[in-house]
Design a protein. Structure first.
Length: 95
């Protein structure tokens, strides 16, 4: 609903673009949502991400903290990957 109110216009050939492109288009669509509506959605996406504080002990994981990510590109990459995880199951249905 937030995307609809934000004036999101998805490409007609979205189905044929592949999952990576769908994830990019989805994130572009989220970017058009007003910030006050987008923030909770983006926070919910990032709630799926966990940190492994000590790579030598991969059994210890914790929720990601704001201070874990310094680069904006890292945050965008994580959001794209989480989005792909959430929509990837659509690919077999679309074939």
């Amino acid at each position: 609903m937030a995307m609809g109110r934000g004036g999101v216009d998805l490409p007609d050939d979205l189905r044929s673009m592949g999952m990576a492109a769908m994830a990019v288009e989805g994130l572009k669509a989220i970017a058009k949502i007003p910030p006050d509506e987008a923030k909770p959605l983006l926070d919910e996406l990032m709630a799926c991400v966990q940190a492994v504080p000590n790579p030598a002990d991969k059994s210890v994981v914790r929720p990601i903290l704001e201070s874990d990510i310094e680069e904006v590109l890292t945050r965008l990459t994580l959001r794209a990957e989480v989005f792909k995880l959430h929509v990837d199951f659509f690919a077999p249905a679309g074939r």
